[in-house]
Design a protein around this ligand. Structure first.
Ligand code: ATP
Length: 260
């Protein structure tokens, strides 16, 4: 269904970030270089490591002071050459930590917003087949008329994913996708997300501080601390598979999309 599914398998990131921020006497320096062609890259580290800054730089939501961001050989940002492709034109889906759904819009309008070019609200009466497809796919068709406040935490996450995926992104950027959920729900939603990612088959970069996310999704892991890559963070390896398998996770092919 998506052009994203046709993305070349070798499509990957080549990233070199140099960025410093100051807050009073405190200074934080991000110096991060990595390349990945993995389907699932997890940037893992404690609070304040620079994970959000990194993800925002990939998305085009933050303009680093130096370095470059390339995807599939295309330069999206290059400080030296003055290249900075706007976020909208990078072709990435972004799911925010708190999902950033519009509270005054229905679920259907929120998903349709992913297709908008401007800031006008999508019509509540419009029925775009791409929107309807994703509402069905993430099992939100029944609640499509409801507002985000009337959804469960899991449904809100699925609405945010649908809004990101409806635009047929060539990669998906996930900011701590489970942190807003209680622990019992996290496991179920990891299974759901895993199944969805298998289906859309586009590269995913996830940032997290949760070792369980690493175990589930860390095909390629970058451990980050104090704005730098490190070899080990809380038992995770810096450049490869996490040290232990998922928590009794079934094989991917057996993982169903859980019911709401
Ligand atoms: N606009 C800013 N001004 C000053 N300092 C900032 C700014 N944005 C981020 N920082 C600092 O930069 C560092 C990295 O922030 P970042 O949000 O990337 O961390 P993180 O790893 O995503 O943390 P968390 O897991 O808590 O979200 C932190 O020390 C933060 O306080």
């Amino acid at each position: 269904m998506s052009s994203a599914a046709a993305a070349p398998r070798e499509a990957g990131f080549d990233v070199d970030l140099v960025h410093a921020v100051h807050s009073g006497p405190r200074r934080f320096d991000l110096r991060l270089r990595f390349e990945t062609t993995a389907r699932r890259t997890v940037i893992y580290g404690p609070s304040g490591a620079g994970k959000s800054m990194t993800l925002q730089a990939l998305a085009g939501l933050l303009r680093p002071q130096g370095g470059h961001v390339r995807f599939g050989g295309e330069t999206l940002f290059d400080a030296a050459r003055g290249v900075d492709v706007p976020a909208r034109r990078r072709g990435f889906g972004y799911v925010f930590q708190d999902y950033a759904l519009f509270p005054h819009l229905s679920v259907r309008q929120n998903v349709a917003f992913g297709l908008q070019r401007g800031w006008r609200n999508p019509s509540p009466r419009a029925r775009d087949p791409r929107v309807e497809h994703w509402l069905r796919r993430v099992e939100l068709a029944e609640v499509a008329h409801q507002r985000p406040a009337e959804l469960s935490g899991g449904q809100r996450q699925r609405a945010a994913l649908a809004r990101a995926l409806v635009q047929q992104p060539r990669a998906l950027l996930l900011d701590e996708p489970f942190s807003a959920l209680d622990p019992a729900l996290r496991r179920r939603l990891r299974i759901e997300l895993d199944a969805l990612l298998h289906e859309v088959a586009i590269p995913v970069v996830m940032i997290t501080h949760d070792p369980e996310d690493l175990a589930w999704f860390g095909e390629h892991t970058l451990a980050l601390e104090g704005g730098r890559r490190v070899d080990v963070v809380a038992g995770a390896l810096a450049d490869g598979t996490p040290p232990r398998p998922g928590p009794g996770a079934p094989a991917p092919a057996q993982r169903p999309l859980a019911q709401p």
